[in-house]
Design a protein around this ligand. Sequence first.
Ligand code: 1GP
Length: 231
Amino acid sequence: MREALFANWRHVFKLDPERMIDDEALEAVCLSGTDAVIVGGSSGVTFDNTVDLLSRIRRYEVSCALEVSTEEGVPGFDHYFIPIVLNSGRTEWITGKQAAAIARYGSFIPWEDTFAEGYLILNPEAEAARLTEAHTSLSAEEAIGYVRLADRLMRLPIVYIEYSGFFGDMELVGQARSLLTGGRLFYGGGIDSAEKARLAAAAADTVVVGNVVYTDLDSALETVRAVKEVF
Ligand code: 1GP
């Protein structure tokens, strides 16, 4: 099963191809002991800046996944994650863009390495929430409804609770994880310290750390050990 390759990921860094990261910082990220680097961003992602970042990450052995947000993918990643924004108010972010890309490039897609991520975006201020017009004002019951839909009905391999830019509700994340029967619960949003990383690691299967890499690299690096210490 190809899923096994990410089934043990506890900590991942997410890097945005649009943002600058110097060689020294990138080396520290790639050699940090993190389980993988995900390349992705909500805007400004191009073929060129993605290829550039991939080729720099490829100097290291760390696993590397592309979270595809444009029609044009980039070859050479270990995994391809395709977001399906479960609570988007626009069908294009649920199946529209994905179907259009598959219609165009379907025969070139490395299906064995390609996995859907059921996204639940819960921070209304996040760029992704604005872009997808996500319905973020959900009660816990409603949010759990989406989680079960992703897991039970759609059987998605990844359910991703996304609070990008804000540290979210770990009780909800923990409840979501406890209900999953097939997939992994990814959590991302606002992790900027070892303490928050530990809380997220106690609630989620896989902890995603993004922005702090660019604002406070030392704290970002500390999240790796913090997550790995939580069983
Ligand atoms: C963003 O979930 C990731 O897609 C990580 O969030 O940038 O807030 O760490 P942060």
